[in-house]
Write a protein that binds this ligand. Structure first.
Ligand code: TRP
Length: 334
C-alpha cells in the first residue's frame, strides 16, 4: 500500500520560480510513489484575506492551473479545495479545545507572521483575529482529515507540523488511539533568489518571475535585474557571483554555456545587455512547455473545474471516514 502524503498551499497568488524550484518540483517527483492529497487551502488563505474573497476565489483556479502546468498529474494527485471539505471545519472546532492560546502564540511561524503584520498594521491586538491565530489548528485538521502520514513542506512549516503532532497526541491520550501522528517530509529544495538579489523570491517582495509572465514581462524583468555594480563599461571585468543575470543563467542554461558566460564575464569579454538578452531567450525556452500545458487549461476552464471536483470527491470520502472515527472516540456519534 502506498503511504499517504498531504500538503497544501494558500491560493493568494500565482506560482513563481521560487515555488517551482522549491516545493513544486518536489511534489511532481513524489506523485508517482504516494497516495497524494494536494489541498488548495482557501480557508487558510481567508484567515488573512477574509476581506478579499474575490482574490482568493480567483487564485484557486489560477494556482490549480499553475500546478497542472508544472506537471502535477490529476490522475495521480487528488487536487481538492479545502472549503469543500466540511469535516476540516468540524475537526478544527474539536481540536481547538486541545491547544492553548499561549501555545499558539509561541508557534514560531505564527509569531513571525504576527511580527510582519505588526510592522504593516501596527497594534497587534487590533489586527490579529482569532481565526488567524488559530490557523495551525485548522492545518492540523487538514492533515488528519485524510490520515496524512507524511507532509512534504519547507522548513518554515515545521512548527505547524509539530503543533499538529501535539494535537494528535493530546487527542489520543484523552479519547483513545484514533489519529495518526504525521511526519514532516523535508527534502532538499533550492531557495531561489529574487531579481533584486534578495535571498528569497517572493510575491510580497515584488522580485519574482512568475510562470505566467509573458515574453514582454520576462524581458522587462530581466533587463532590470541586478548585475555587478562595479561593472560600468561593457568591457569591464566583473564578478558573476554578485550578478542575478548569471544566477538565473545557472538555473535555465546549459552547464557549458554557464561556464563560458562566467569566464567571459570575469575577463570583461561580455556585455550585460547581450548577457541579459541571452537569458531572456533561455528563460522563455524554459517556460514554454509550462506555458503550453497551462494554455490547454486556460482554453478549457471546464477541465480545471472537473479536476477539482473529482479530487474533492475523493478527498471527501476519506474525510468522512476519519470523521466517523473521531466522533466515535469523542462519544458524539449520535
Ligand atoms: N501553511 C501552508 C503554507 O502557507 C499551506 C498549508 C495549508 C499546508 N494546509 C496545509 C501545508 C497542510 C501542509 C499541510 O504554505
Amino acid at each position: 500500500m502506498k503511504k499517504t502524503i498531504l500538503t497544501g498551499l494558500r491560493p493568494t497568488g500565482n506560482l513563481h520560480l521560487g515555488h517551482l524550484f522549491g516545493a513544486g518540483q518536489n511534489w511532481v517527483k513524489l506523485q508517482d510513489d504516494y497516495n497524494f492529497y494536494l489541498e488548495i487551502a482557501d480557508v487558510q488563505a481567508l484567515t488573512d484575506n477574509f476581506d478579499n474573497p474575490d482574490k482568493v476565489r480567483k487564485n484557486v483556479k489560477e494556482i490549480t492551473m499553475d500546478l497542472l502546468a508544472i506537471g502535477i498529474d490529476p490522475q495521480k494527485v487528488n487536487l481538492f479545495i479545502q472549503s469543500q471539505i466540511p469535516e476540516i471545519a468540524e475537526l478544527t472546532v474539536f481540536y481547538s479545545n486541545l491547544v492553548t492560546i499561549a501555545r499558539l502564540h509561541r508557534n514560531p511561524t505564527v509569531k513571525s507572521e504576527i511580527e510582519q503584520k505588526k510592522e504593516l498594521f501596527g497594534n497587534e491586538g487590533e489586527s490579529i483575529t482569532y481565526g488567524f491565530l488559530g490557523y495551525p489548528v485548522s492545518q492540523a485538521a487538514d492533515i488528519t482529515a485524510f490520515d496524512g502520514e507524511l507532509v512534504p513542506v519547507g522548513e518554515d512549516q515545521l512548527p505547524l507540523i509539530e503543533q499538529c503532532r501535539e494535537i494528535v497526541r493530546k487527542f489520543n491520550s484523552i479519547y483513545g488511539e484514533t489519529l495518526r501522528e504525521p511526519q514532516a517530509y523535508l527534502s532538499k529544495t533550492t531557495r531561489i533568489k529574487g531579481l533584486d538579489g534578495n535571498d528569497k523570491m517572493g510575491k510580497s517582495l515584488g522580485n519574482a518571475i512568475y510562470l505566467v509572465d509573458d515574453d514582454e514581462t520576462i524581458s522587462k524583468k530581466i533587463m532590470g535585474a541586478i548585475t555587478d555594480p562595479n561593472k560600468i563599461k561593457k568591457d569591464d571585468p566583473a564578478n558573476p557571483d554578485v550578478c542575478m543575470v548569471y544566477y538565473y543563467h545557472k538555473l535555465v542554461n546549459s552547464e557549458d554555456n554557464v561556464k563560458t558566460i562566467c569566464a567571459e564575464c570575469q575577463k570583461g569579454a561580455r556585455g550585460c545587455v547581450q548577457c541579459k538578452k541571452e537569458l531572456i531567450a533561455k528563460m522563455n525556452e524554459f517556460l514554454n512547455p509550462i506555458r503550453n500545458r497551462r494554455k490547454q487549461y486556460e482554453e478549457h476552464p471546464e477541465l480545471v473545474d472537473q479536476i477539482l471536483k473529482e479530487g474533492t470527491a475523493i478527498a471527501r470520502e476519506k474525510s468522512k471516514e476519519q470523521m466517523a472515527k473521531v466522533k466515535k472516540a469523542m462519544k458524539i456519534d449520535y
